[in-house]
Each structure stands twice: as structure tokens, then as C-alpha cells.
Design a binder for this molecule. Sequence first.
Ligand code: IPM
Ligand code: MG
Length: 360
Amino acid sequence: MKAKITLLPGDGIGPEVVAEARKVLDVIASKFNHTFTFSEQLAGGIAIDQTGNPLPEETIGACLESDAVLLGAVGGPKWSDPTAKVRPEQGLLQLRKSLNAFANLRPVKVFDALADASPLKAERVQGVDIMFVRELTGGIYFGQPSGREMVPEGRSGHDTMRYNEMEIRRVLKVAFELAHGRRRKVTSVDKANVLATMRVWREVAHEVAAEYPDIEYEDVLVDAMAMYLINRPADFDVVVTGNMFGDILSDEASMITGSLGMLPSAALGEAGSIGLYEPIHGSAPDIAGKGIANPLATILSAAMMLRWSFKLHEEAEAVETAVSHILAAGHRTRDIAYHGENPIGTVEMGDLVAQALSER
Ligand code: IPM
Ligand code: MG
């Protein structure tokens, strides 16, 4: 097949890890006879520096003309002054919205070779395989009004949490459809005991659940879920929730695996839309430019692109298997070198995956 891929390296370690994912995609292309063409565009802080806009028109245009988008990371201390008018993160939110990428898939799975990386006891972590489905284009991230003003008591700020039933239904459906191909269980996380938005969420969730009688369903309040993720993480299969709760819980869940540098994500819209793929980790400004970042989360995000945007299942699995093999052989970047293994760099790790694929 032929596919156009927009690369948004972004800030911090973004460019380093995206370069390795591109390398892996190039090997897949030659190995399996595909043609991937890449267009690299500005996004995030670097785009603010060069154009004043975290998501320039040219970048949106290129993304909308492509078949899929791979993003490294955006943000960093240089752009994080709370009074700044433009922030790198606004670019990312606008991109998700422009692509209508409302369903954010964040798989949390423990790699066998890294099983003892978790800060949790090994027996709790065994068998953990959760698919988070985070609503990504609504909720308090986008609700209006939002802003700040002066009140008699001083400075004041406000945001709005809002969900309509169309937004809730479509993301719940994604969760149930995914559960079909997995362990057939959906957990919907809300705060229906306090928030009106979340009572609508729960009502609609129940209606969708009724359409899938063969799938086990439960609702869990978000505070309890924060606890259960530590207490009994292996009990969950597909976990679906709103934008902000999903942001928080997916970071929490990443720690079950002990390796934030390993976790990929996919942001998808309606069938046939342009997918946005990115590692879950951020721009890690403290290690940027040092050549030591772990590129595997971005490489695994590229694998998700192969699977979800291009339906290249064999190719996606080839990448995932190559990563497993490299880990099983004991190769570690610094962030996952728990046993004093000699850590390798970003480029070396990318090269090893590429080599494992070409020798396949
Ligand atoms: C994430 C990040 C983003 C979010 C930031 C960078 C805007 O934390 O993808 O989880 O809050 O969605
Ligand atoms: Mg986050």
C-alpha cells in the first residue's frame, strides 16, 4: 500500500524518538513492499518559536492531507509561563480537535521481560492488560466558557465540563467494540455521585451497555478507580472514561508497568478518519538532546498506526515482536535498565529494532 504520514517531532526528546520510529517504518515499507512518504511539520513550542503559533496552518493542512500523523511530544519549561498567551499544549488540543480524534486508545500492558519493573508487587502486576479509552475532544478540556477574571475576592478562573450524549455514545461504542476482540469486559469511570455531566455519562453508558449483552459492564467512580488500579489492576479489560479522568488515570496506570517510556497511544475518529499516534510520555526536557531517551513508546505508536490506520496487522505485530525480542535479549535504554544493565542510547535502540525486523 501507499500511505502519507505527517511527522510532528515537536519539542524536547520528540525529534529523537520520532527519528527512530521513522527508521522502523522505513524498514517495514521495504520489507513488506509498501510506500510510506513522510512530511515533517512544526508543532508545539518549536512552532511557537518559529511562527508564533503552536499549530501553524501549514501543519494542519499537511495533517489533513495525510493518512496518519505521528507526534513526538510538545512542551517544555521554555514555554510554560502560566501567563503566556500561547502554549504548546494548545496546539496538541487543537490538532486532536481538527482531526476529530475523539477516542484515545492507551494500552497498558506489561512486557514479560520488564515484569519486575513495576513498583507494585509482581503478583499484582501479573497478567495486567488494560485498554484505556479516553474521550479526547470534549469534556472540561474544551468546554466553554473558560477563562479568568477579577472578582471582589481577587483573581478567579473557571472551566466548564460538558458532554452531550452523541459524544458519550460514540466513545462508549468504541470501548464495547474493542472489548469484543479482548476479554469482553468494559469498565466506565465517572463521578456520577457529584457531577451532572457524569450522570448523563452514566445514563448513556447504560444504554450502550444494553446493546452489548454479551459484554460484562460495570461503572466505577473515579476516586475508587484510582485505588483499584493499584489494588487489583489485572481485573480490568477495557476502561472508558472522559477526557480529564482519562488523562490522570492513564498516567497512574502507566506506573503499573513501571516504564512510561514504553507506552504508545492512538487517537482515532470515525472509521476512515486520520489517526494521531503519540507516545504517552512527554518531552522530557531534562534529557533532551542527550541521545538517551527510550524510543520504544514512539516505535510502538508507529505499530499502532500500522494496525489502526493502515490495517497492516502482520506488520504491526512484526514491530511489536521485534521490540519484545530486543527486550528479552536484555537491551535497555537508561529508563528501563533496572538491573544495572549497560544502557544503550536512543539511536542504538532504534537500530536494534530495525535490524531485528530486517533479519526477520
Ligand atoms: C496527554 C498529555 C496532554 C493532555 C497535554 C500535553 C495537553 O498530558 O496526552 O496525556 O493533557 O491530554
Ligand atoms: Mg497526560
